[in-house]
Design a protein around this ligand. Structure first.
Ligand code: FES
Length: 81
């Protein structure tokens, strides 16, 4: 299914890019801009962004690894000393 008509990006392209980024760096934060860059493209009109984000969220590889979740809270607690 075409997600971005301006740049001809499909849902499979988005999932493949996310999978590739997660394999390359398990700790990376994956953003729409990084997906565009991984595909060698850049956003144009931005009209696809709601569907683009929804497609990204449907990818299991988008999630931040469980061991890295909550680090912000942990560092805030540690910073109160
Ligand atoms: S439809 Fe994706 S940038 Fe225009």
């Amino acid at each position: 299914m075409i997600v971005c008509h301006c740049r001809n990006i499909t849902d499979d392209d988005i999932h493949s890019a996310i999978d590739w980024m997660r394999r390359a760096d398990p700790e990376t934060l994956i953003t729409p801009g990084k997906v565009y860059r991984a595909l060698g493209k850049s956003a144009d009109c931005g009209g696809c962004m709601p569907l683009f984000l929804s497609t990204m969220r449907s990818s299991a590889a988008l999630q931040i690894p469980a061991e890295l979740r909550g680090l912000r809270n942990a560092s805030a607690v540690g910073g109160q000393d």
